[in-house]
Design a binder for this molecule. Sequence first.
Ligand SMILES: [Ca+2]
Ligand SMILES: [Ca+2]
Length: 186
Amino acid sequence: MAISLKKGSSFDLTKKQPSLQKILVGLGWDVRPGNNLDLDAVCFMLGGNKKLVTDEHFVFYNNLRSPEKSVEHTGDNRTGVGEGDDEMILVNLPLVDNRVEELLFVVTINDATIKNHNFGLLENAFMRIVNVETNEEILRYNLDVDYSNGTEVEFGKLIKDGSDWKFNAVGISTEKGLQGYVDIYA
Ligand SMILES: [Ca+2]
Ligand SMILES: [Ca+2]
């Protein structure tokens, strides 16, 4: 059974599962009835200086994989309709560029400011990590907090710890916009 994480907690992913290599990071949400929002999961691959190791290490709908193909976005979902993962990012841990110290997963709302949209219009947001080779769900983080003002939420991050990777359940909402993130990390 998958470990259920709370906001702010962390999990030693590869220490607990030393054979773990390929993971699926599944991100899900539902739009409250009567609304129409397009959310986008993105991944910033950051070095020790908290900057993208190269511009191409920002993985999103217009750049679906990192140069060394360790991180791959499986494609844009426009509605969030249905249970289960709405957008998915595959990570091959041993292939991650060794300059990368952190993978930050953020979910943003497309055109949030123009349309006056925020995470208060959403429910059932979660992030989960699955072992691709065994199909086992290793952990799940349900974001059970009110993010009413947020136009994007940092769901979680994978952090390199020596030769291991750990997962942090972040759950922080921001109002920077996707461009605001790019300005910080590029
Ligand atoms: Ca989308
Ligand atoms: Ca959904």
